[in-house]
Write a protein that binds this ligand. Structure first.
Ligand code: PMV
Length: 355
């Protein structure tokens, strides 16, 4: 036969929420109980790289994640791939001259190879980078153009809610939307990160082990059992979203820092309010909170802001001028062994600090 293969490769960064998404109002469509705001990281730091190939020789859709084959049978993969195939167009591959029609895509199978450059499922939003990258790369391969702004984000959202925010750089808002079909539950860019270019992000990898409670089941349990979650989604987050947008547009670090820390703490309080309680942070996480809080208090105004997603790792925001002072404090609190390469610094046996 005339065997051929057509591929596309793309990279998508991870994102870190500063106003958290926690809880769905629709499990199938992944519609959130509240809007959220995140910052997309630099792809050189934390990202997923995905290659998607198609060939008439492939007899099934298959996925390899960090060199291990993973089943595509879960609902999230099935819905993303279906939404993408429904939008596939006629494409001509420049390199090979191969023409693939809209009709062909219904039958052609995909081989997807994806790699993260950071620990998977340790609360560093690996699913966000992974699904954003999968959706973007398949859309490129199938020649999909958005029919309304944010359409691709509605597909990435079906893979992992937070993934919709990784399709834009800088600060991004995921609008919860009002519709039952989810068409208005999209990610919108707020401000480019380079517009706030003296803001630095330090990630303290406290543990690279897999988290114990997945965000999916954690959220379900919180929705079912935590009164605080429902109060937060209705009474607290809408106001914080407005305040955060204002802080971002003014580059007001002090308000940004207060909102970011308060929202991380309320998210983890919600986890504790869940039955049975969920603990994502550990003692090292809490030592990092203490360090930042003491520093902020002693200076009389926020010098740095911390946030933790569904895991123990800390993400610290700091204006560039205070970056050196922050690293100094972190290294004083967690002294590295002599001669240690600080980019992969391990504290004790399971703890790791990266800057
Ligand atoms: O998108 P998921 O299902 O991985 O959930 C993400 C949840 C948090 O990271 C804790 C918060 C967020 O908004 O990213």
């Amino acid at each position: 036969g005339s065997a051929w293969i057509v591929s596309r490769t793309a990279r998508a960064p991870s994102n870190i929420a500063v106003i958290k998404y926690w809880g769905k109002r629709d499990e199938d469509l992944i519609l959130p109980l509240n809007s959220s705001i995140s910052v997309t990281l630099d792809p050189n730091d934390l990202s997923a790289t995905t290659t998607v190939s198609t060939s008439p020789d492939f007899d099934a859709d298959r996925l390899w994640l960090n060199d291990k084959e993973v089943s595509l049978s879960s609902h999230r993969y099935v819905s993303c791939l279906k939404e993408l195939r429904d939008r596939a167009t006629d494409v001509k591959d420049e390199k090979t001259g191969i023409v693939i029609t809209k009709e062909d895509w219904k039958h052609l199978k995909l081989h997807i190879v994806s790699k993260n450059n950071f620990p998977t499922a340790a609360g560093l939003a690996s699913s966000a980078a992974g699904f954003a990258c999968l959706v973007f790369t398949v859309a490129e391969l199938m020649g999909i153009k958005e029919s309304f702004p944010g359409e691709l984000s509605t597909i990435a959202r079906r893979g992992s809610g937070s993934a919709c925010r990784s399709l834009h750089g800088g600060f991004v808002k995921w609008e919860m939307g009002k519709r039952a079909d989810g068409k208005d539950s999209i990610a919108v860019p707020l401000a480019e990160h380079h517009e706030w270019d003296d803001l630095r992000i330090v990630i303290c990898v406290v543990s690279s082990r897999q988290k114990e409670v997945s965000s999916t089941s954690g959220m379900q349990e919180s929705v079912q059992t935590s009164p605080l979650l429902h109060y937060r989604a209705k009474e607290v987050v809408p106001k914080r979203i407005t305040e955060m947008e204002e802080a971002l547009s003014k580059r007001d670090f002090s308000s940004f820092a207060k909102l970011t820390c308060a929202d991380s703490n309320q998210f983890h309080a919600t986890c504790l309010d869940t039955s049975p309680p969920i603990f994502y942070m550990n003692d090292t996480s809490r030592r990092i909170i203490g360090l930042v809080e003491r520093w902020n208090k002693s200076e009389g105004s926020p010098q740095a802001a911390y946030t933790f997603d569904a895991g123990p790792n800390a993400v610290i925001f700091v204006p560039q001028k205070s970056g050196g002072a922050l690293l100094h404090r972190l290294l004083y609190e967690f002294p590295p062994p002599e001669g240690m390469n600080l980019s992969s610094y391990v504290v004790g046996s399971t703890e790791l600090l990266e800057a």
